[in-house]
Design a binder for this molecule. Structure first.
Ligand code: NAP
Length: 285
């Protein structure tokens, strides 16, 4: 047994060290609060992201909306697998992502074989974003058979294959989130975009996203859509300014605005079977 004096000394030492630790925590907390006041974005990034180290596969990741979603997710610590057909653009987009361990895979989302290979190579995808897509600017009667086939194959079949093959892995893992980038035109249509509108009805109108949400939901997998209006990317570069700015906000949306919506859908664990419209009010008209 320690002599009485030593016991008092060790008790004092214990309380002193506890006090020092508490004081250090207070100083750290205060400095974090001060830093937050100076630069809120920096501290937000430091706070632990729900998505840290998760794996996302993003089709159409070489540019436009897909590339912006990859940027946003990579900022949160996600490991991205980017998919598109153009090697150079895709590598550039991949190299520009913050963080490590991102990958690029070249291929056509309309090819089932390509998806089967992706499914075998990447068995632990937590988030699948189907953003690959091509537009249309021709009246139906002037649209060639090849064009019809390419639009349907890329926008619709590509999304279906992605959901089926990556979704199967998610079912085994009993976790996952799928985000299908649809379009407001899938709901309201537009002259010169008949096939595109049909191909984009994967969300609201055809109930594809809602059907999958019902099939996958009991296994803990959420399936949602995002339906953008006119967003400033290569896809609408040839559109007139009047059309690009035809929303109530009188401007096209930005890719980062869509990426924020994707981040919200990816992190909110009770959003399921929904399609988030992000169109500046275009769907009022
Ligand atoms: N921009 C808009 O106003 C708008 C509005 C509503 C919905 N959306 C939808 O948002 C998504 C992204 O469009 P965006 O505006 O970002 O267009 P974008 O800038 O033209 O990008 C399209 C992306 O899809 C890829 N892609 C096209 N066909 C592919 C295929 N067969 N296989 C693999 N990748 C393919 C392209 O890469 P490669 O060419 O290298 O393959 C590119 O990365 C599309 O699904 C589009 O329908 C866009």
């Amino acid at each position: 047994m320690l002599p009485c004096r030593s016991r008092i000394d060790s008790a004092i030492t214990y309380y002193e060290s506890t006090f020092v630790l508490q004081a250090k925590a207070l100083v750290l907390n205060n400095s974090l609060l001060e830093e937050q006041a100076r630069n809120p974005t920096l501290v937000n990034k430091r706070s632990f992201s729900k998505l840290q180290n998760k794996v996302c596969l993003i089709t159409g990741g070489s540019r436009g909306i897909g590339a912006a979603i990859a940027q946003r997710f990579a900022q949160e610590g996600l490991k991205c697998i980017l998919v598109s057909r153009s090697m150079v653009e895709l590598q550039k987009s991949c190299a520009g992502l913050p963080g490590l361990d991102h990958k690029a895979r070249f291929g056509d989302v309309g090819e089932r074989k390509f998806w089967v290979e992706l499914g075998k190579e990447f068995k632990d995808v937590d988030i699948l974003v189907n953003s690959a897509g091509i537009g249309q600017q021709t009246l139906l009667v002037r649209t060639s058979e090849e064009e019809i086939d390419q639009i349907i194959r890329t926008n619709l079949i590509g999304t279906v294959y992605g959901c089926q093959i990556i979704g199967k892995n998610m079912l085994k893992n009993k976790t996952g989130s799928i985000i299908n980038i649809s379009s407001i035109l899938g709901l309201r249509g537009s002259s010169g975009c008949a096939i595109y509108s049909a191909s984009k009805a994967v969300s609201k109108t055809s109930g594809f996203t809602k059907a999958l949400a019902q099939e996958f939901g009991p296994s803990g997998i959420r399936v949602n859509g995002i339906a953008p209006g006119y967003i400033d990317t290569d896809m609408i570069a040839g559109f007139s300014e009047a059309m690009r700015s035809s929303s109530a906000l009188k401007r096209p949306g930005t890719v980062s605005e869509v990426a924020e919506a994707a981040f919200m859908v990816a992190t909110n664990t009770y959003i399921n079977g929904s399609t988030i419209t992000i169109d500046g009010g275009l769907s009022f008209y």
